[in-house]
Design a protein around this ligand. Structure first.
Ligand SMILES: [Zn+2]
Length: 373
C-alpha cells in the first residue's frame, strides 16, 4: 500500500513538476508574445493595408454613362472598385449641362415610345403583355393609361408624403421617414421606369440612388475639374483613402495623380483613351467598357496582387505570421483549463515550432532595421 502510494505520489510529483515547467514555458511565451506585439509599426501598417480604403472620383462631364443606364453604370463601377478594397467614398462632379443632357439612345427610345403610345391610343396595336403598375399591381393594355393612373394615384400620394415629412420636425420627422421609407422606395423605383425624368435623363438622381455623392458645379469651363481636384487633394490631406480611383481621361488630372503617388496612394484610372496621359501616371488603368463588362473586376485581382508583391510584401509576411502566432497562443490559453498529458505534449511541440519561426522573424526584423539605418 505504502509503496503504491509512494509511487503514485512520485508520479504525481513528477507530473506536477512537468506541468509547472510547461506553465512556466507558457508564461515565458506569453510574456514574449506581448513583447512582440509591442513592436507597433508592422502591425499598424498591415491593418491599414488590409482595409485599403477606396475613394472613387467620377468626372461626369468627361465620362458620362452612355451605353447603359446611369444607375447600372454607377453600380458596376462600384463593384469594380470594391475589388480594390473597401469603397468608402463615391464622389461625382458635373456641371448643369451634363445633368440636362439626354443621350441620343435615350432620345430615340423616347421618340419610339411616343409613337407606340399613339398607336396604342388609336387601337392599332395592343401589347402582348400588359403594362403592370409596380406600385399597386394593376394591369393596363395602354401605356398612357398606366402613366395617367400612376400620376393621378401614386404621384399625388407620394407628394403628400413628401410634404408631410418636410413640414414635420425632430422626432416626428424621423418617425415619418421610417414609416414611409418602404412606400417611397417602391414609388421611386416604379417612377423611374414609368415617368420621364424632368431633367435630362435623371443622371443626378440615379447616381444618388446608387449611393454616390453628386455635386453640380457652374457651367464655366473646367469648373467640375477644379472642384474634383480640390476634393481629391483635400481628402489626401486628411488621409481619408489609400486607393484613389479616377474616372476620367482628362489630362488635367495628371498632376493630382502624381501627387497621390508621391503620398504612397494606389491609383487606378478608368478612361477610354488608349495612350492616355493619366494611364502613364497611374498604377492600373481600365477602359469604361471593361468596367461595364465586368472585366476590370477580374483584372483587379492581379493588380492588387502586384501591389502586395511590391512595397508591402514584407509587412504582409508579418501579418501572416502574426495571425498564425495568435492562433497558436489562442489554443494554448484555451487548453490551460483542461490540461491533461495529451494537451501538454501538444503544446510543447507547438511551442518548439513557434520558437523556430520566432527566431526567423527576429532575424528578419533585425536585418530590416539594419537595412533602414
Ligand atoms: Zn398603381
Amino acid at each position: 500500500m505504502t509503496m503504491v502510494n509512494l509511487v503514485r505520489f512520485f508520479v504525481c510529483g513528477k507530473q506536477l513538476d512537468s506541468l509547472t515547467a510547461v506553465f512556466r514555458t507558457i508564461r515565458h511565451y506569453h510574456f514574449n508574445s506581448s513583447q512582440t506585439s509591442k513592436i507597433p509599426d508592422p502591425f499598424a501598417s498591415v491593418h491599414s493595408a488590409g482595409r485599403n480604403i477606396v475613394a472613387v472620383f467620377w468626372d461626369l462631364d468627361n465620362k458620362p454613362p452612355r451605353s447603359v443606364s446611369p444607375f447600372d453604370a454607377a453600380i458596376r463601377l462600384k463593384k469594380a472598385a470594391e475589388s480594390f478594397g473597401a469603397v468608402r467614398y463615391k464622389i461625382a462632379y458635373a456641371n448643369q449641362h451634363s445633368f440636362d443632357y439626354v443621350p441620343p439612345v435615350i432620345r430615340v427610345h423616347r421618340r419610339d415610345r411616343k409613337a407606340l403610345n399613339q398607336l396604342e391610343n388609336k387601337g392599332i396595336v395592343k401589347p402582348v403583355d400588359p403594362y403592370i403598375c409596380r406600385v399597386c399591381g394593376r394591369k393596363f393594355y395602354n401605356n398612357e393609361k398606366l402613366i395617367n393612373h400612376f400620376k393621378q394615384i401614386h404621384e399625388s400620394e407620394h407628394k403628400k408624403r413628401v410634404s408631410q415629412i418636410e413640414s414635420a420636425k425632430g422626432s416626428q420627422r424621423v418617425k415619418l421617414v421610417g414609416k414611409y421609407s418602404m412606400k417611397m422606395e417602391k414609388y421611386n423605383n416604379a417612377a423611374r421606369d414609368i415617368l420621364t425624368p424632368k431633367v435630362g435623363y435623371g443622371l443626378g438622381d440615379e447616381l444618388k440612388r446608387a449611393g454616390y455623392w453628386v455635386s453640380v458645379v457652374s457651367n464655366k469651363p473646367q469648373a467640375a475639374d477644379v472642384a474634383l481636384r480640390n476634393h481629391m487633394v483635400d481628402m489626401m490631406d486628411r488621409r481619408q483613402m489609400e486607393c484613389l480611383i479616377l474616372v476620367s481621361d482628362d489630362s488635367d488630372f495628371v498632376e493630382v495623380l502624381k501627387e497621390a503617388r508621391l503620398r504612397c496612394l494606389k491609383t487606378v484610372v478608368v478612361g477610354d483613351s488608349n495612350d492616355g496621359a493619366l494611364k502613364r501616371v497611374s498604377d492600373a488603368a481600365f477602359s469604361w467598357q471593361e468596367i461595364i463588362m465586368g472585366k476590370a473586376k477580374k483584372e483587379a485581382v492581379s493588380v492588387v496582387g502586384r501591389w502586395k508583391d511590391s512595397d508591402i510584401l514584407r509587412r504582409l509576411e508579418w501579418t501572416y505570421n502574426y495571425e498564425r502566432e495568435r492562433k497558436l497562443y489562442g489554443s494554448c490559453s484555451e487548453d490551460d483549463d483542461q490540461n491533461d498529458d495529451l494537451n501538454v505534449t501538444n503544446i510543447t511541440t507547438d511551442e518548439i515550432k513557434m520558437d523556430q519561426s520566432r527566431a526567423w522573424w527576429k532575424l528578419d526584423s533585425d536585418s530590416d532595421d539594419a537595412a533602414s539605418f
